[in-house]
Design a protein around this ligand. Structure first.
Ligand code: MN
Length: 251
């Protein structure tokens, strides 16, 4: 039993660290449930292979909205792998200035992804929604009705009203340290029900000190959530574990 045993990193790009295999091994040895999201379907086979040999790491099949502009043609490959996994991500929408030109295409791809997931049933989906909370929720409501899959909104930065809508739609939220360092986001996060929260790093895209974050760094999120809710880290960890169990229960 290590200090990180039982932690959850529900959104981490293990394949984007310098040594993919070592990153998977480190999460496994630390006993951290880690959702290894991918950005392109081409990355699926290797991620799947490495995760399959572990107890704690799960690979997710993704097509990242920021790559859709160049890689929409890989959607057929995404379809081909869909039956191999319950976990989907990173998928979603990004209306930030760098990606807005592909926004229409992103919407088509996200619609396709959600429809396929609804048909297949029982998928757990890590969703990106930068500057597109409303559109992402509109899509989810339309193409993945409640009970046809589970949504985890990753790094959600919508308004409180949008968060309330997402809660009513049954969504979960994976919270990272960066979200808890901005006043506006803290206020939104503190209004989320504890039973819908998971933790994430989004490593290696985020930093802890000077180095890229890694799964064990979710402890920082655990501590911050504890301060927010007046709970000990042990209580927060127990909550997050219970939430993960609830999320993964078969529908
Ligand atoms: Mn990500």
């Amino acid at each position: 039993m290590t200090a990180s045993e039982g932690l959850v990193d529900f959104h981490c790009h293990l394949d984007l660290y310098p040594d993919h295999r070592a990153a998977v091994q480190e999460a496994e040895e630390a006993g951290i449930f880690t959702l290894a999201v991918t950005t392109t379907p081409r990355a699926w086979p290797r991620n799947h292979e490495l995760a399959q040999a572990t107890r704690h790491v799960r690979a997710a099949l993704g097509i990242h909205p920021q790559l859709v502009g160049e890689r929409a043609s890989e959607l057929a490959l995404w379809d081909a792998y869909l039956t191999e996994t319950r976990y989907i991500g990173e998928v979603g929408l990004d209306a930030g200035p760098r990606f807005f030109k592909s926004f229409d295409l992103q919407k088509q791809v996200f619609e396709h992804v959600l429809r396929r997931c609804a048909e297949a049933g029982n998928k757990v989906i890590s969703v990106h929604s930068v500057r597109a909370a409303k559109s992402a929720l509109d899509h989810i409501e339309k193409y993945l009705p409640l009970g046809q899959g589970k949504i985890v909104l990753h790094w959600f930065t919508g308004t409180k009203a949008e968060a309330k809508r997402a809660i009513e739609m049954g969504c979960y939220f994976s919270i990272n340290a960066a979200m808890l360092s901005s006043e506006r986001h803290i206020s939104m996060v503190s209004a989320l029900p504890l039973e819908r929260l998971l933790t994430e790093t989004d490593g290696p895209f985020t930093k802890t000190g000077e180095r890229p974050s890694k799964p064990s760094d979710v402890l920082i999120v655990v501590e911050a959530l504890g301060r927010l809710h007046g709970l000990s880290s042990i209580e927060v960890v127990a909550n997050i574990k219970a939430n993960l169990r609830g999320l993964l229960e078969f529908t």
